[in-house]
Design a protein. Structure first.
Length: 756
């Protein structure tokens, strides 16, 4: 029984989008080997063309550096709440900004006369074109043109006014952007660096920056010292006035509201609230309990027996005494009834006494019930009294709290003003004491020297980074191209994704056209020949009982290698001493006659059309087999192949030959192969690795499923190194052969050569 075609299934394979659940490193390596040209192209382009050329074309830039020790004077530190002086965490960042300020840059320009002596080094156009600088400038202009915020418009205005700046201002702006200020970690040392294509100028500028920074600090201190002390004195006077007003307001409020008495009441009031709340809870619980009991009593007042059954009356001494008397009279009455009749005077007297006792019990029950009702009324009254007391205490507490809130606000205002006033007085005293000291101590640890070697470009680093980026970029592009490649690549994919029986894999070969078929015919020991022997063996075992005698060989689309496969399979069967007839049924684009260098004036088309009464068979002496060429192209190939004459021809030929191989057209856009597949013993599908797309193969298989043809299996043609199935690992394409070969015929113009 032949295998049934299954619909395609999703399989996690490296060729199927590299999305497997398990990482197959060898599969990834195979992808890189296959796409190595992409990897090398990207690597070479990035490393050599872009980075290396750009690096060599850059102008050497020299860097000069100086180190400053920047310390905060201990008298200017921050005093903590524990009296410990510490350094301001914003001190060093502030100094960095001062060093990079425009004022310092302007001082450097004046000190070195950069706008006069070195103007050409800053303001003349550079001969070297800078792509990065051009991109930055374009981005600034674009942002200024499209941003609507006021800040961006101001930036745009500044850029437009550049032309009106003086040379000194332009150079100072350049220095501000180009200067680098960095701290030395965990120290108070500051490293100042400056880069320029002139090493001497780089040294002069960085040393001048250190001098200009110290001059700027002195000017800042002189300018701000008097102003700061004056401002603090004025502020202290204001705070003193606020403090006096706050103290007077507090004194008035304390006198008007007797704050001393209020404070005592505030201390007592919470305890009263707690006591009243506790007593009220107890009274509410007692009232609730009595309320339930009274409800039961009132519902049973007319039924003394039910009233007596209440639990509250079960343990009352007066009732217990009456019950005992009633019990004794009942016993006496029982004894008298044994001696006398019911009308005997003794019996009558005993019954009267018993009735009196029962009446006495009812009266006692009523008395007890009325006592419980009175107790309930008393509990309810007590609850109301406690509720009124609690509400009064709460109202009093709210009034006291309102007074204390206002008192605390006034008191807090006095304390706040006093703290501010004391702090200002302390700062004034400290400022006066340290007025003559320098706030920042600056000393030059190491002056800049003329650099002898350029700081950039860093050719070795650039090259190494380019190599890494180029390699990663090439690898990423290789995997991306592999991801976009939706062709069938391995036999494993055919078996697992589509459920197709794989009869063999034909390796990729660089030979073209008839050279391929000649190679198979001449070299019986080659890997190519052996792969067709494997297909021959699989075909002979593909059907139970007997081997198929008429086999249709087709492909999904052109260029798969079906014609060369048909011819080479025929040769392998001839080598196995089988009588073989090879029929070229591709009457639209016949190929076999050109591969075997035969005439095509007569053939299958002329026989089916009735031109020949006998099949025009051609003996290929060097091949030891017979061939029927396609003949001239008819106008209706599908109708001829579906005729009774074709069926009769195949039946006759099957009786005269051990095997009849039929080379049929592709099935994608033509019905010829589908028509023939219904009248042969089996169909063999040729799929070319890396050429047949998954969608095309799925469409072709769907056509075979619809007509329920006898499908023998598939041959994977043109398998390159690395595209083998797992079943072949370690053994190549069969038994004992390597996997470093591949086969396909020719490509280019869409015409089928040894692939078709």
């Amino acid at each position: 029984m032949q295998p049934e075609l299954q619909p395609p299934m999703m399989v996690n394979t490296p060729e199927n989008g590299l999305a497997g659940n398990e990482i197959d490193l060898r599969a990834y390596w195979d992808v890189l080997l296959k796409r190595r040209r992409i990897v090398l192209a990207v690597f070479f382009t990035v490393v050599v063309v872009v980075v290396l050329v750009a690096t060599l074309a850059m102008t050497p830039i020299y860097q000069a550096s100086t180190q400053l020790l920047v310390e905060q004077n201990e008298h200017n530190g921050i005093t903590t709440e524990y009296g410990i002086r510490g350094l301001d965490p914003q001190f060093l960042p502030t100094q960095f900004e001062i060093i990079k300020s425009k004022n310092v840059s302007r001082r450097v320009v004046r000190i070195l006369q950069l706008d006069i002596r070195y103007r050409s080094h800053y303001l003349q156009a550079k001969d070297n074109f800078s792509l990065v600088a051009s991109v930055k400038e374009w981005w600034r202009e674009t942002a200024a043109a499209w941003m609507n915020s006021e800040q961006e418009r101001e930036k745009s205005t500044v850029l437009e006014d550049k032309e009106s700046w003086s040379d000194a201002e332009k150079i100072s702006q350049l220095l501000t952007r180009q200067l680098s200020v960095k701290p030395v970690r965990n120290t108070s040392v500051v490293n100042i660096s400056y880069q320029h294509d002139n090493p001497v100028l780089a040294k002069l500028v960085v040393n001048a920056v250190a001098r200009a920074y110290m001059d700027e600090l002195l000017e800042i201190r002189m300018r701000n010292s008097n102003y700061t002390v004056g401002w603090m004195n004025t502020k202290a006077d204001e705070e003193r006035g606020k403090l006096q007003k706050a103290e007077q307001a507090l004194q008035r409020y304390m006198a008007e509201h007797d704050v001393v008495t209020v404070e005592n009441k505030v201390a007592i009031n919470p305890q009263q609230l707690t006591d009243f709340s506790s007593k009220l809870s107890q009274a509410q619980a007692k009232r609730s309990e009595l309320e339930d009991l009274v409800a039961k009593i009132q519902s049973r007042m007319q039924n003394p027996a039910a009233l007596e059954n209440l639990q509250v009356f079960s343990d009352t001494k007066a009732l217990d005494s009456i019950r005992d008397k009633i019990l004794q009279h009942e016993q006496q009455l029982s004894e008298l009834s044994k001696k006398f009749g019911p009308k005997h005077p003794a019996m009558v007297k005993a019954r009267e006494e018993q009735a009196l006792l029962r009446q006495e019990k009812v009266r006692e029950l009523q008395r007890l019930a009325e006592g419980k009702i009175n107790e309930y009324e008393l509990a309810k009254k007590q609850e109301e009294n406690l509720t009124q007391l609690l509400q009064g205490a709460k109202s009093s507490a709210l009034t006291l709290n309102e007074k204390m809130i206002q008192y605390n606000l006034l008191k807090r205002e006095v304390e706040t003003n006093r703290i501010l006033y004391d702090a200002l007085l302390k700062q004034i005293k400290e400022r006066s004491a340290t007025e003559q000291t320098q706030a920042v101590n600056v000393s030059v640890l190491e002056e800049a020297v003329t650099p002898t070697s350029p700081a950039k470009p860093k050719k070795r680093l650039n090259l190494m980074l380019a190599m890494v980026l180029g390699l990663f970029g090439g690898v990423a592009l290789a995997f991306f191209v592999e991801y976009l490649d939706n062709t069938v690549k391995s036999g494993e994919e055919l078996e697992e994704r589509y459920g197709l029986p794989l009869l063999g894999q034909v390796p990729y070969h660089k030979l073209k056209g008839a050279t391929v078929t000649q190679s198979v015919a001449r070299d019986n020991q080659s890997l190519l020949t052996d792969s067709y022997r494997m297909v021959r063996a699989a075909l002979m075992l593909s059907a139970a009982g007997r081997s198929p005698k008429t086999i249709l060989i087709t492909s999904v689309s052109a260029g798969e290698g079906k014609s060369s496969t048909s011819l080479n399979l025929a040769r392998t069967f001839v080598q196995a001493d089988k009588s073989v007839l090879l029929i070229d049924a591709d009457m639209r684009k016949p190929r076999l006659h050109s591969l075997l260098e035969l005439e095509n004036s007569f053939g299958l088309s002329t026989y089916l059309a009735g031109v020949n009464n006998t099949p025009p068979l051609v003996n290929v002496s060097q091949e030891f087999m017979q061939v029927m060429t396609a003949g001239p192209t008819p106008p209706n190939p599908a109708e001829l192949l579906d005729s009774d004459r074709m069926k009769s021809l195949l039946e006759t030929l099957a009786q005269n030959y051990d095997l009849v191989l039929i080379d049929a057209p592709p099935i994608l856009n033509m019905t010829d192969a589908l028509v023939l597949s219904k009248i042969v013993d089996g169909t063999l599908l040729v799929v070319r690795s890396g050429h047949t797309t998954r969608e095309t193969l799925a469409n072709g298989l769907a056509k075979f499923r619809r007509i329920n043809s006898n499908f023998l299996g598939v041959v994977l043609n043109g398998v390159r190194k690395g595209r083998r199935s797992k079943a072949d690992d370690g053994y190549g394409y069969g038994y004992g052969y390597g996997s470093g070969y591949g086969y396909y015929a020719e490509g280019g113009n869409g015409k089928e050569s040894s692939r078709s």
